[in-house]
Design a protein around this ligand. Structure first.
Ligand code: 13P
Length: 124
């Protein structure tokens, strides 16, 4: 499957930690990320990540295009709900497309756990 992994700055360590906790499962899937998130995840987990531009520089929209082309199966987007983002329109556009195309979207660790547990339950 193809997973998008994205995190705002204040949530990057939480996303890395989450992926480490589920490293076996994440290693079974193709990972696509915005620039800095992808670099952080690949450096700290050793996983291969397809990196796009940084989120504020269009990365969210590039991943949104994958969603619109039905090329993403799940999105793990650890958003920072307490910090205004200069590219909020891009974030909203990606969230909207996930609803248009009915793509599972986790915006926090609780929902991420539910989604990854589903894939883990499928086994090999
Ligand atoms: O801002 C982001 C998503 O909206 C994340 O972008 P980076 O992974 O490049 O920091």
């Amino acid at each position: 499957m193809k997973f998008a992994i994205i995190a705002h700055d204040q949530k990057k360590e939480a996303l890395v930690s989450f992926i480490k906790q589920h490293i076996d499962e994440f290693s079974r899937h193709e990972l696509f990320a915005t620039g800095t998130t992808g670099l952080r995840v690949s450096e700290q987990t050793g996983l291969h990540v397809h990196r796009f531009n940084s989120g504020p520089l269009g990365g969210d929209q590039e991943i949104g295009a994958l969603v619109a082309n039905k090329e993403i199966d799940a999105i793990f987007f650890f958003r920072d709900p307490l910090t205004a983002q200069p590219h909020e329109p891009d974030v909203s556009a990606l969230l909207r497309l996930s609803d248009v195309y009915d793509v599972p979207l986790a915006t926090n660790e609780g929902s991420a756990g539910a989604i990854i547990s589903y894939y883990e339950s499928l086994g090999d």
